[in-house]
Design a protein around this ligand. Structure first.
Ligand code: GTP
Ligand code: MG
Length: 218
């Protein structure tokens, strides 16, 4: 048991050192970096598609896609006209800083305003692994249930913004938005909370404006 704890600490310590190198590199190139986290299917890629189509001519964005298998998400991002690199973790439930550092040569970071890293769909493991990002964005979708915030607190505690997605489905669900906001605030009192429908575009502009401001005034 003790040995297991030690191994985890060792792994996280090694990850942190590489994450700091990534962060220094991003800073030196002047690129803002996002780590996008959610359960599988909460709508990360759908949000990115809408976002990319809306800011195409304003800022230079590239995307790293993390999935256990396939390049489906990278293909969706490329279809929006953005440069995307797919990482397949082959079983691992999260990206780590080394995986990210190994694909950075595929980008001309100095030309980018924003690098988005879509993590593997999971609310647990990705929360533990710093990738060197500037901001962590956490999505929850209304279909996942109101209890997920209190059941998976760490990812919400560490978020720089929280997005509630699929609000178009609220009329068909018993999801209580006020309870959601209350539970998030208990864990992370000042975090901005956005309510969106990535599918329909509702609320996405508010999040986009918040992000663009971060790019201009990090
Ligand atoms: N009704 C509704 N469906 C949505 C919304 N956003 C995404 N979806 C649907 O949810 C499903 C999953 O969306 P994705 O964007 O692929 O989710 P993801 O988080 O990227 O999934 P993984 O990368 O597999 O973790 C798709 O069928 C989307 O069309 C939304 O706002 N409303
Ligand atoms: Mg996706």
């Amino acid at each position: 048991m003790t040995e297991r704890v030690y191994v985890k600490k060792h792994v996280l310590h090694g990850n942190q050192a590489i994450a700091e190198e990534n962060r220094e590199l991003f800073k030196s190139k002047g690129v803002l970096t996002l780590n996008l986290l959610s359960s599988p299917g909460a709508g990360k890629t759908t949000l990115l598609e809408g976002f990319l189509n809306s800011i195409k001519n304003e800022i230079n964005v590239a995307v790293i896609e993390g999935d256990v298998a396939t390049a489906l998400d990278a293909e969706r991002i490329a279809a929006c006209g953005a440069h995307a690199v797919q990482i397949n973790t082959h079983g691992s439930c999260h990206l780590d800083a080394k995986m990210v550092s190994q694909v950075l040569d595929y980008f001309n970071l100095a030309d980018l305003d924003l690098l988005v890293i879509e993590n593997v769909g999971n609310l647990v493991c990705p929360a533990e692994f710093d990738l060197g990002e500037d901001l962590r964005i956490v999505l929850l979708s209304t279909t996942e249930g109101i209890d997920k915030v209190v059941k998976y607190p760490v990812v919400f505690q560490k978020a720089d913004a929280v997005i509630l997605n699929k609000i178009d489905l609220l009329p068909y669900l018993s999801f209580n938005v006020e309870q959601f906001i209350h539970d998030v605030r208990e864990l992370n009192p000042k975090v901005p909370i956005f309510q969106i429908s990535a599918r329909d575009g509702e609320g996405v502009k508010e999040w986009t404006d918040w992000l663009i401001e971060k790019i201009h005034k990090p």
